[in-house]
Design a protein around this ligand. Structure first.
Ligand code: GLN
Length: 204
């Protein structure tokens, strides 16, 4: 659990993730430019506003730089806007047109799938892959995207009302909700395990 990880620190729930990861023993550095990815085994892309993050990242080419590292085994945890930036296919994405995203996660997501801020809610979601059957995860959905389709290589980790709300593909873990604000750390622990694998690969 001592992997060096980064948090994409342009906009969004940066502090909440950093605090949680530090509490789990990780060393966390903010990432705002491509060169700050050097030496990191994992990266959190926080929730916030995907259009704002994509615009702020555009001048330095940060998101394509993240993608290059994803393709060589970087672990990534993307929440909400972070999921949108990781998804290969985004619906209702006019505001993102012309801006680089990261991609690499074979899912289709719909931005603001539940509606706007007034349709934000907290719920207990099911954990269906690891965790004992009937295990629950408290999840906060804030202008959340909906995962409309998952590709064959993507595992659903958490469901809400039968629909996928957190998924994993290789070392990419992504959720439509904000686990960092409900005292939930299981997705972060999973992410740090994947980052530790990446660190072990790099050392081999
Ligand atoms: N609706 C936001 C977007 O499109 C995501 C909301 C969030 O991250 N809480 O980026």
């Amino acid at each position: 659990m001592n992997a060096r990880v980064g948090i994409l620190a342009l906009q969004g729930a940066i502090e909440e993730h950093s605090r949680l990861l530090r509490a789990l023993g990780a060393s966390v550095t903010p990432v705002r430019r491509p060169e700050q990815l050097t030496g990191l085994s994992g990266l959190v892309i926080p929730g916030g506003e995907s259009t704002a993050i994509a615009r702020l990242a555009a001048s330095t080419g940060l998101l394509p730089a993240v993608r290059e590292r994803v393709d060589t085994g970087l672990a990534v945890l993307g929440t909400c806007a972070g999921l949108i930036l990781l998804a290969d296919h985004v619906l209702d994405a006019d505001a993102l047109a012309g801006f680089d995203r990261v991609g690499g996660l074979d899912v289709t997501v719909r931005r603001n799938g539940y509606g706007g801020q007034l349709e934000s809610f907290e719920a207990d979601a099911d954990i269906s892959v690891d965790g004992t059957p009937g295990d629950r995860m408290r999840a906060a959905f804030i202008r959340a995207p909906i995962i409309e389709a998952v590709g064959p290589g993507v595992a659903t980790i958490v469901r809400h009302n039968g629909q996928p709300v957190a998924v994993q593909q290789g070392r990419l873990v992504a959720a439509t909700f904000h686990p960092e604000i409900t005292g939930e750390n299981r997705l972060h622990r999973r992410f740090l395990d994947l980052a530790a694998q990446r660190a072990a690969d790099a050392a081999a």
